[in-house]
Design a protein around this ligand. Sequence first.
Ligand code: PMP
Length: 373
Amino acid sequence: MFTLAQRTQRIDASGIRRVFDLARSLKNPINLSIGQPDFDVPEAVKAAAIQAIERGDNKYTPTQGIAELRQQLRQGEHARSGREWQDDELIITSGVSGGLFLALLALINEGDEVIIPDPYFVMYKHLVAMFGGVPVYLDTYDSDFGIDPQRLESLLTSRTKLLLLNSPANPTGRVLSSEELQAIAAVCARHQLPVLSDEIYSAFAYVPAPSMSAYYPHTLVLGGYSKSHGMTGWRLGWAAGPSHLIQAMAKVQQYSFVCAPSLTQYASLACPDVNIAPAIATYQAKRDLMVEALGDTFRLAPPQGAFYMWAQPPEPWTGESFAEAAIADGVLIIPGSVFSERKSHFRMCYTVPDDQLRAGCEKLVALAQRGPQ
Ligand code: PMP
């Protein structure tokens, strides 16, 4: 009786789910497939959440989020970009996913083209397509997973609506330098092209990771605490950008999410006081371990940030055949085709204990050398 809307046909849920289906039959696999940190919410943040519940701060908050947190986040964004953010230029969202949803719903008209650097975070193309937009992929494989300004310029048409940026990036770990951001900004300024910059991994950077908003005023920055504070289930993100866009996103939020979860908002007030440097250093060491263990066998993208490794197996493997064989061998990795229009690579996430990382790497190297059966 229920006839589904066409927009549900424009997206598919396969990809990562297929890996999980395959994994279900395995006993104690080494899981390098999950894109989240392995540390728990810091004690001070948990305590702040408990206090908020007990205090009775359990009701709806203003649509755009509680004023104290908005102010704190504006200061945080100021520290990253040098820009003075006004009160109506920031909204608290249900994770960065919520911010992506609100922004793209508020911006995309049927047929609008959105430039998505490839490889990409999987949600981008599906949200763009769901809202009637057309993803236009900007291949980054032969520009070291950075963005070639000329290639960007060559993709622009009268229908181009937006450029999506993600640095540090999922799935490559690539960080765009200030010079690279400025070169991108120059192209965007010439063509009056706004930028949506997903900076959720800004805390996980092993080289300086500047914000696009420092170089280009027509930027909507998305940030969040899911990854930096191990709060993926708590759904806290924010968006900072031009007031008219933030207000349109607030309007959409009013009739959808209503507000980000109240207790998470109050708890997040404690986030800036937590020293996450040791956790970041731990991940940097894991990154080094992976590069050391895999660098001679696989072609690795420059792993400068986030907590992913994007790797190409030696021929005749493809990313797909290799992922399938690795999963059968008990190491869960994700075929690159989930994140790309190409099928050459696969993604690993290194937020697991070192002994598992080592064991996983050993298995992957042995498999790569053995070749497809
Ligand atoms: N952007 C990127 C690049 C991500 O990798 C993720 C999570 N995998 C998100 C956004 C969504 O994060 P959140 O939990 O804040 O919705």
